[in-house]
Design a protein around this ligand. Sequence first.
Ligand SMILES: *Cc1c(COP(=O)(O)O)cnc(C)c1O
Length: 362
Amino acid sequence: MTPLPLREELRGLEPYGAPQLDVPVRLNVNENPYPPSPAVVADIERAVAEAARELNRYPDREFVALREALAAYLGHGITPAQVWAANGSNEVMLHLLQAFGGPGRLALSFAPTYSMYPEYARDTHTGWEVGQREEDFTLDPDRAVALVRARRPHVVLLPSPNNPTGTALAPEVVSALCQELDQGLLVVDEAYAEFRRAGTPSALELLPHHPNLVVTRTMSKAFALAGARVGYLAAAPEVCDALRVVRLPYHLSAVTQAVALAALRHADELLGAVDDLRAERDATVDWLRAQGWTVADSDANFALFGTFPDRHAVWQGLLDRGVLVRETGPDGWLRVSIGTGPEMAAFRDALTSVTETTEAAP
Ligand SMILES: *Cc1c(COP(=O)(O)O)cnc(C)c1O
C-alpha cells in the first residue's frame, strides 16, 4: 500500500493520552472523584430535555447566556465580552494558538509544564520552546524575563497552579512577563485555580492592568464536569474577538451549553467538595513527607512526589494493587490525583506495601 499523504511531522506518532484503565482507584488524570449530586443531575436532565426540543436548530453561536453566567462566576468585574468558551480548555488553548501562533511564530513555556501544549503548537505549525523552572519548580522573574527578551515568543503558556508540579505563579512573575511581552500574550492556565491554598492570588486580579494577559479556566476539575468538556477564558474583549474568527461554526453544542449553565447554577454545591479535596490534598502531602518522600508544594488537586530510582516499577506496583497514578514530571517523580478519603487510604496502603517489597524506600 502506498503511504497516506500524511503531514511529514505526524508520521509514526501515537495519539497522546494517559492510559484509561479499569481499576478500582483511578488517581491519574486529576478528575474530581465526586460525581454530581442527584439534585445537580436532575437539573442537568431538565436542561438537556429542554435543549433537545430545539435540536433541529443550530445553537447560539455566541453562547451569550453561558458567557454571562461564566462572567458572573468569575467576578472581578469581568464582563461577558471578556469571556470565551470551548469544548474543554484544551480547545480554548488551540483557539489561542490558531489566532496568535502559526507559521513563523513561537510559543514558549517553562518545564516541567503541561504535556499537551507542544501538541497544540505542532498542530498549529507554531514553533515551540521550553525554558526551565527553578529546582523548587517556581519561576524566577529575572530568568523568565531574560528568556522572553531573548526569544520574543508570541505566546507564553504557563499553568498556575502548574501541572504536574502544583506550583502557583507569583503575581510579580505574571506582571513582569506581561510587561516584557508587549508584542505577545501571556496565557495563565488556571485549570486548578479553585484548589489553591488560602492567600494564593488568581491572575484574574491582574487582568485590568495587562491587555495581553489571558486567564484560562475549566469546568473539568473543580466543577466535577470533565465529561461535559467545557473550558473558558477571561481576557480583553479584543482577544475574544480574535478567537471568534478561528473557531468552528457552532463549536459549542446546545447540549454542552445547557449542561454548563445547569452546573453553574449549582456552583456553590459543586465547589463545596473542593474544600474537602483541599484538606485531603494537604493531608496527603503531610503523610508523604512523614514517610520521608519529597513532595512539591501543591495548590492543585494532586501531589508530585518522589524521587524513585525506578519510578516505573513503583507505578506498576501501585497498579498491581489497584491504584492508578501518573508517571509524569521530571525523572523519578510520580503524580497522584486527590481522590476521596477511602481512595487515598487505598493509595497510602498500596504505596506502603510497594516500598516494603521493592528497593524504593525513601
Ligand atoms: C486538566 C487540565 C486542563 C483542562 O483541560 P480540559 O480540556 O478543560 O478538560 C487544562 N490545563 C491543564 C494544565 C490541565 O491539567
